[in-house]
Each structure stands twice: as C-alpha cells, then as structure tokens.
Ligand binder design. Structure first.
Ligand code: NAP
Length: 516
C-alpha cells in the first residue's frame, strides 16, 4: 500500500492518524492512503514565502524558464510510469492519461519558451513611461513586480497532472513559490510527479511544495501578498470567496469552476459536409474523453430544428460504438468516472436532466465495465439527451460526466446566443458554420458569456482543434458561474502573480534604476 506524503519545509512528511483512502475506480481496490493531520502548515507557508520566494526572484525569466524546461524533461522521462498511475487512480485510458500527463509537460515547455523570450529581466514593464508634469522629466511608468508571497494552488480531481502544472508553470516563471494541493481522491499521479521533480534537485528549496490530502488550516496562514488559484466546484469556490483569508486579509483569489459549455450548429451546416463531420468528431470526443470529466467538455448542443434528427442519429451511432470498461484493456474507449461520489453525482444529474429531456442513448442504469471484476467499478454509459421545449435544468446543472443534451432551436443567431447565455458564463463554446453575418450576430451575443469561442468554419475545419483542449497560449477561464477567473494565455497568465505599480519620478533616473 502506498502512503502518500507531503513536501513541506523542504522535506517529505506523513500526516498523523487515520488516513483517507485512494481507490482504483475500475476495481474499487484501495491503492494508497494519505493524511495531512498534524502537519505544520504555518511553517510550510513561511518557508515557501521566505526561502523559496527570494531564491526564485533572484533568477531572471530565462533562468526560471530553464527550471521549467528541466521539470518538463524529468516528467517526460517518467511518462510510462505516470500513465500507469493515471490509469490506476483516475481510470484513464492511455489516450486520456496522455491528455493529462503530456498536457502538464507541454504547458511547462511552453512557459519555458516564454521565459527564454523574456530573457534577462526579473520583472515586466507595462507600457511606456508617461509624462506627468509640465516638463518632460517627471514621468510615471507602470511596472509589474512579482508578489513577495506564496501561491496556494487547489486543484480538482479530474486533471491531477495538467491541473497542477498549468498553474505551477505560470507561478514559477513569475518568481512566486507554490504550495500545490491536489484533490485527495486522485492525488497519486500528482504526488509521484512532485517526487520525481524533487528527486532531481531541479528547483531551489521552498520553490515548490505539495500538500497531499485535505487542506487543513493552510489558508489561515495566508496574508496580503499571498494568492489562491482554485479549480473545482462552484460550492467550494463560494466557500473560498467568503473565507477570512480573502475577505479580511486580502489574499488574491482566482476561481475556475463549473461550466455548461455549448456547441452550436449554424443553419448553413449541411449534413455530410466537412463542417458537419468536424462537429460530430468534436462532440464525440468531448462526451467520451476523460469520461466527460473535463471542465471544458460540451454539455449543451444547440441544433437547428431541421438538423436534429440527422445529428442525433449520427451521434447516437458514434456513442454506442464506444466500449466502456477497464481502461487498460484493448478496445476500451472509455474508462470509469473517478470516484464513487462522482458515479452517484453523475447518475443523479442524468436523472435530473431526464425529467425534462428524452434519453436517446445511455442513461443512469448500472453498467458492468468490459474486463472489470464482476460488480466492481464506477462505470456509466456515454449519454445523449434531447431536451423538451422549455427545459431549464440543462442550463443550470452541470453533469460532470459523459453526458450532453441536444437543444433544438429555430436557427436564428440571436436565439442560439441567448441559449448559450442561459448557462450564466462558460469556459468555452464552439460554433459550426460559415455564414459571416450569422456568425457575427451569434458572436456578439454569445462571446461575452465565454472565456473562449471556437469558430469552426469551412476555411479552418481541417485544422480546428477540439474545443475541449486548453492551450497554454490561450486564456482559460470564463465569466459568471465558470468562476470569473483567467489562467494561462501566454504572457497574460503572469499578471495574476504580479503587482502592477505606477512608479513616478525622473525619467532618466527611472530608466537607470529599472535597467532599461
Ligand atoms: P471540489 O470538491 O470543489 O474540490 C476541488 C478542490 O478543493 C479539492 O482539492 C478539494 O480538496 C478542495 N477543497 C474542498 N473543500 C475545500 C475547502 N473548504 N477549502 C479549501 N479547499 C477545499 O471539486 P471537484 O469535485 O474536485 O472537481 C469537480 C468540479 O471542478 C466540477 O464541477 C468541474 O466543473 C470543476 N472543474 C473546473 C475546471 C476549470 O478549469 N474551470 C477544471 C476541472 C474541474 P479535497 O479533495 O481534499 O476535498
């Protein structure tokens, strides 16, 4: 049995008392335990802030980029081991495991390249110096300086690899030390990734810590220069928003939460066209990949009424071909959901939605996974529903599993945009069509409700990436119920970890002080 530990104060510690169990979701076998009880989290915060932070900030962007490059290399070398752990603890097929592990190394490598581009600097200038007084000498220059605090990263269960390292890459490049907290139920892969990086001695002491298990009193030790980057449910996000750390002590908080992402077919899409096939491909990927446990997965599919019969028939056929079962078995296309709680929530969510929708395929009934031990495993079928007129739960409730609902609409752009907006803010929407006027009407209504919009028109249909794929150089986040946060986006992601300061003084002197 593996006992997970936490890297705090530069050393690995095991918590006291009765531990929480981590389970293989395909077999329900207990594979690891962890506890954070009794760990001195105040000392861990001080160590990161006072030892790790200064060491990182003494380095240039290029040097910090080199650290990220070395981390990416170390994790890539351990890829096969990490993919096995991901299958064991997250129930991922090899492809789904790669999405998480390669996503982590790819994002580290991308921010390593950004570090090389930023070069020998240790902070960023924001715009040009602006004249303030009557003469030319007295100017103001906006400067972005790394916060002299610690970043606490709290992650969701679904991406233990990518979710941790997409945040870490940006914080470390900014010069801010990190305490990363994986979700307890699937912490195994992340824990091993931190062990690998620590064993290689890549980072200065205190630059990267990990709390493997419940958060304990960690947030009680945070102060005005510290940060929390959270990914998870809207409920936990609301708890953090109201926490004394944020409300009373001014800790900076960003949230990535639930999202009812949309895919919209425009009325000009012809059955059998390239755009049609791209839509089908992406919809299938989004429903099945990671067993639908992707914050960016499609939940709502808006289809012009005339296209509904053909689209639903084709998609049902695709979904019914997917073999659900032991993710390491050949031919299995979808593994289990990650935990028993997830299975319960997904089934309950499907039942809720089916009160206002017809189940076209799948549904909440128990499923024996192909190749899994009899009666074991958290398996559920890929599910497609067709909403009845006036359905509302589909716009309010996120089923965090392999489940999406087709919503017929009349074909006008305004109606499609209004349906997207009913999700109250999403991470991503995709729109399929090539009529520019229609697209503009749709985008002007729908885009402000999203962090990202993929326009799959006939001009790019052979190149367009699946909308569920988050890219390091594009922003990830969304307004409203998606949390209102923003991560990644290349250089844009660094802003969260910096303070913007207007420094006013003599133009020549400032130039010399700031090393321009
Ligand atoms: P969750 O239950 O909110 O847990 C998320 C993280 O918060 C876990 O690490 C959890 O730790 C921690 N946590 C729980 N209570 C806390 C508290 N009071 N104070 C501080 N931390 C606390 O969410 P989840 O079930 O893991 O994730 C599923 C949700 O995440 C879905 O709704 C999905 O939409 C969302 N999600 C969003 C994104 C995005 O980028 N927008 C990405 C992935 C997932 P423990 O595990 O130790 O309890």
């Amino acid at each position: 049995m593996i006992q997970l530990s936490s890297l705090l104060n530069g050393a690995w510690h095991v918590g006291e008392g009765s531990a929480q169990q981590l389970v293989n979701p395909s077999t329900e076998a207990v594979i690891a335990t962890c506890s954070t009880r009794g760990l001195d989290l105040g000392a861990a915060v001080r160590f990161a802030r006072e030892v790790g932070g200064p060491a990182l900030r003494a380095l240039t962007f290029a040097q910090r980029g080199e650290l990220l490059k070395a981390m990416a290399r170390a994790l890539h070398e351990a890829r096969e081991e990490l993919l096995d752990l991901s299958a064991d603890n997250n129930g991922t097929t090899r492809g789904d495991g790669k999405f998480d592990i390669d996503g982590a190394t790819g994002t580290l490598a991308s921010y390593a390249r950004l570090g090389a581009t930023l070069g020998d600097k240790r902070f960023l200038l924001d715009g040009e110096a602006e004249k303030l007084g009557g003469g030319a000498r007295y100017v103001g220059q906006h400067v972005l300086l790394p916060r002299p605090g610690v970043a606490v990263h709290i992650n969701a269960f679904n991406f233990p690899g990518w979710g941790a390292f997409e945040k870490i890459a940006v914080a470390l490049l900014s010069g801010v030390p990190v305490i990363s907290k994986p979700a307890t139920s699937t912490a195994l892969t992340a824990w091993r990734m931190f062990q690998i990086i620590d064993s290689k001695g890549i980072l200065p002491a205190g630059a990267l810590s990990v709390l493997t298990g419940p958060v304990g009193d960690l947030l009680d030790h945070l102060g005005p220069q510290d940060l929390i980057a959270f990914t998870g449910s809207a409920n936990t996000g609301a708890v953090l928003r109201a926490s004394p750390a944020v409300v009373e002590r001014g800790v900076r908080l960003t949230i990535e939460a639930d999202s009812l992402n949309s895919a919209v077919l425009g009325p000009d899409v012809e059955e059998g066209s390239e755009v049609w096939h791209a839509a089908l491909r992406n919809l299938r990927t989004d429903i099945v990949q990671k067993t639908g446990q992707k914050c960016t997965a499609v939940r709502r599919i808006m289809v012009p009424e005339a296209l509904v019969p053909a689209l639903t028939a084709a998609l049902v056929e695709e979904l019914e071909r997917v073999v659900v079962g032991l993710p390491t078995d050949e031919g299995v296309g979808m593994g289990p959901v990650a935990t028993a709680n997830q299975l319960r929530d997904v089934r309950a969510g499907m039942a809720l939605l089916s009160g206002e929708a017809r189940v076209l395929t799948g549904g909440a009934a128990p499923l024996a996974g192909h190749g899994a031990p009899e009666g074991k495993g958290y398996f559920v079928r890929p599910t497609l529903l067709l909403a009845q007129p006036g359905a509302s739960a589909v716009h309010d409730h996120e089923v965090f599993g392999p489940c999406a609902t087709v919503i017929p609409y009349a074909g006008d752009a305004e109606a499609a945009a209004a349906l997207v907006a009913r999700g109250q803010g999403s991470l991503v929407s995709s729109v399929y069509g090539s009529d520019r006027d229609w697209l503009w009407s749709f985008l002007s209504g729908a885009a402000p409700w999203n962090g990202r919009v993929v326009v799959a028109s006939d001009k790019v249909v052979d190149q367009v990436l699946p909308p569920g794929m988050v890219l390091p150089n594009q922003v990830h986040g969304g307004p409203g119920r998606a949390g209102g946060g923003e991560e990644l986006g290349g250089l844009r992601g660094l802003s969260f970890y910096h303070n913007r300061v207007a420094i006013q003084g003599d133009k020549g002197e400032l130039r010399k002080i700031l090393g321009e």
